[in-house]
Design a protein around this ligand. Structure first.
Ligand SMILES: O=C(O)CCC(=O)C(=O)O
Length: 315
């Protein structure tokens, strides 16, 4: 297996300016690792923030999606999957990554992965039509090995040692020509030592590609004209759904939501289903705006409100 010797040169030892250093080794051009990117204090604060947020458990490991929901099965992101701006604590990090030149643009999509000992991520290249070139991942909690496997020559596998508080930047060849994976195991061997895995949490920052063919519909929003003539039209369609439900009366709405497309906060815990937090209500993150429109129309029909008008309009 090639490349065990690559590691030390990949890391910034803390004496260099905070810019990605070009890699001396030719094996993975476009890959940078930055050790001690954040302080221990910031690390702990970030982990606490992450743990205050709801997790999704629709895949093998728990995840959180911000900015845009990513559809793992269809490998796509589209406008309807915009689930809001990044929360302040992630926006701040995204801006820092940009100011410090680790990313050429401010990230607008973040996925947080949780890996318990024994969990990993299979070899993949991040969706090419969905995300721009530079992908950055920040490690919290535990060391682990990440393997890079050459797309055209699978025998070329280069293990990289990821430490908590370190950053990994993938662009160019590292992004498009190498698959990355984390083996699902409880310990890793590195430098002749065996390390037990602890819980690891990673924050992966990406910039979504807007306006290419993967985004076949332009961005849309929902406009709802209420029976009294009031128009509700929020920038994010899910917010419009929430505002309409609030106006109609959440209890009344839940009594006619026979498909369980909405779920109240108290019902969420342990449900194991994919919901997005929307204030007092959760709405499935996977719903397209057409589905949100149908949901509101069905609810209006069941409540006997014939004068509520729901439209999908361009943003
Ligand atoms: O855990 C990591 O550092 C990488 C995560 C990753 O590859 C992904 O979310 O696609």
């Amino acid at each position: 297996m090639a490349g065990q010797e690559v590691q030390p040169e990949l890391f910034d030892q803390g004496t260099q300016p905070r810019q990605p250093q070009p890699i001396e080794k030719k094996e993975i051009p476009g890959l940078w690792c930055i050790k001690n990117y954040i302080t221990t204090e910031k690390h702990d604060k970030l982990l606490a923030h992450v743990d205050e947020q709801p997790w999704l458990d629709d895949i093998k490991r728990r995840v959180q999606h911000y900015g845009f929901k990513y559809d793992y099965r269809a490998r796509k992101v589209n406008y309807d999957m915009h689930i809001g701006e990044l929360p302040g604590w992630l926006e701040e990090l995204s801006k820092e990554l940009y100011w410090e030149k680790y990313m050429p643009e401010v990230a607008d999509q973040v996925i947080i992965n949780e890996y318990l000992p024994g969990q990993g991520i299979s070899a993949h290249i991040d969706c090419e039509p969905c995300f721009k070139d530079t992908i950055v991942s920040l490690s919290l909690g535990s060391n682990c090995v990440m393997n890079f496997t050459n797309k055209l020559d699978k025998a070329r596998r280069i293990p990289i040692w990821l430490e908590p508080r370190s950053l990994i930047v993938m662009e160019g060849e590292a992004r498009y020509k190498w698959l990355h994976s984390i083996p699902a195991r409880v310990s890793d061997e590195w430098g002749g030592e065996r390390y037990d895995r602890q819980r690891r949490v990673s924050l992966t920052f990406r910039k979504v590609i807007i306006g290419d063919s993967s985004m076949n519909n332009g961005p849309t929003r929902l406009r709802v004209t209420m029976p009294g003539g009031e128009v509700i039209e929020c920038r994010i369609a899910a917010d419009t759904v929430e505002a309409v439900i609030f106006k109609l009366g959440p209890k009344l709405v839940s009594s006619v939501d026979r498909e369980n497309m909405l779920i109240s906060r108290s019902q969420l815990s342990g449900s194991g289903r994919k919901y997005r937090k929307r204030g007092e209500w959760y709405i499935s993150r996977d719903f397209q705006n057409e589905h949100k429109k149908e949901l509101l129309e069905r609810i209006a029909e069941r409540l006997g409100i014939s004068t509520m008008k729901v439209e999908i309009i361009p943003k």
